[in-house]
Design a protein around this ligand. Structure first.
Ligand code: FES
Ligand code: FE2
Length: 340
């Protein structure tokens, strides 16, 4: 890539890629509850209506600007605290209590698509979703069980954190991985790219020979990304793959707010429940191990990819992929650009 220093999307705080970003854990928003959220620099009010559906609206009432999170949920809509104007689930103004014959004006709240997956609430940054929340390819169509790892803030942009999982160059220097990981990149769709390791475990030490018995072919390690800020890593022996989703969203300062989600297939019965809690706990430990080694560098890094080398190939491919994503007009963002 000739001009990695001239990227328009990767790591740029003014640019928001159209896509799904995590908002809250589902359990944090109860039926009838409304909460404020600074979401990618924009103030929103999120509420769960009386039927259990989640809605995300611009926070400020179009009357005098009261924050809707001060209001209350009514049916599928929300009523402002201040003068009790009511907005329906699509953000339309439907009631001004002091006007008996109807509101008599058009004033609506902008609302955003939401969904719930992995026990998490997601908001889409475009008008209508063009694709689903990140899917773990291996578990597509399978009923899932999940739990949460850490919730965290990092000093750098989500894209910078995300490349860590395919920065094969640092696997040996930081994580002392005895395996020489080499990735092949596969475009799963226009917005999802997956990197699969292609190398086997070397048989140079006794414990490596032992571990390699659990892999019929190459060492399982893959990372896939959807829209650059949410992705999942898959690791583990052939008989048990662990899946960790890293859901990140950028702040208006270009920092990262993240949540790790541990995922496995649903297993039935008490035995299944017990097995899944063990698997998800083990997955959490794997995630923590990888995150721990890099914590310090993300506090001070000033990402500047001036000298990419061949060993950085996967990172370069990720950046090239991201540069083709559609961006949206956002609160603090640039005008919409389509670079592909
Ligand atoms: S500010 Fe919301 S109804 Fe007046
Ligand atoms: Fe790392």
């Amino acid at each position: 890539m000739s001009a990695l220093s001239d990227v328009k999307i990767f790591g740029q705080k003014e640019t928001v890629v159209e896509g799904w970003y995590w908002a809250f854990k589902s359990s944090e928003l109860k039926k009838g509850q409304v909460k404020p959220l600074n979401f990618l620099g924009k103030e929103l009010a999120l509420y769960r209506d009386e039927d259990g559906e989640v809605h995300a609206m611009d926070a400020y009432c179009p009357h005098m600007g009261a924050h809707l999170a001060e209001g209350r949920v009514e049916g599928s809509g929300i009523r402002c605290f201040f003068h009790h104007w009511k907005f329906d689930a699509s953000g339309e103004l439907v009631d001004i209590p002091c006007r008996k014959g109807g509101p008599g004006l058009n004033a609506s709240l902008k609302h955003y698509p939401t969904c719930e997956k992995y026990k998490t609430i997601w908001i889409y940054t475009g008008e209508s979703p063009q694709y689903d929340v990140h899917t773990i390819e291996e578990l597509r169509g399978v009923e899932l069980d999940s739990s949460f790892g850490n919730q965290f803030k990092k000093e750098c942009h989500p894209n910078i954190m995300m490349i860590n999982a395919i920065d094969a160059h640092h696997f040996t220097s930081v994580h002392e991985l005895p395996v020489d990981v080499k990735f092949e990149a596969v475009n799963l769709s226009s917005n999802t790219i997956q990197f699969n390791n292609t190398t086997k475990i070397p048989r140079k030490k006794w414990y490596l020979r032992f571990i390699s018995k659990f892999y019929s072919d190459v060492l399982t390690y893959s990372m896939s990304y959807t829209a650059g800020s949410t992705g999942s890593v898959t690791v583990g022996p052939d008989f048990l793959h662990c899946h960790i989703i890293f859901a990140l969203r950028p702040t208006s300062e270009g920092k990262a707010e993240g949540l790790t989600i541990l995922v496995t297939k649903k297993r039935s019965g008490l035995e299944g429940l017990l097995l899944n809690s063990i698997i998800l706990f083990a997955t959490k430990c794997v995630g923590n191990y990888f995150a721990k080694g890099d914590t310090e560098v993300f506090k001070s890094i000033r990402f500047n990819f001036n000298n990419p080398i061949k060993e950085d190939e996967a990172v370069i491919k990720f950046i090239q992929h991201l540069e083709k994503q559609k961006c949206v007009k956002w609160g603090f963002g640039k005008l919409e650009t389509r670079l592909s």
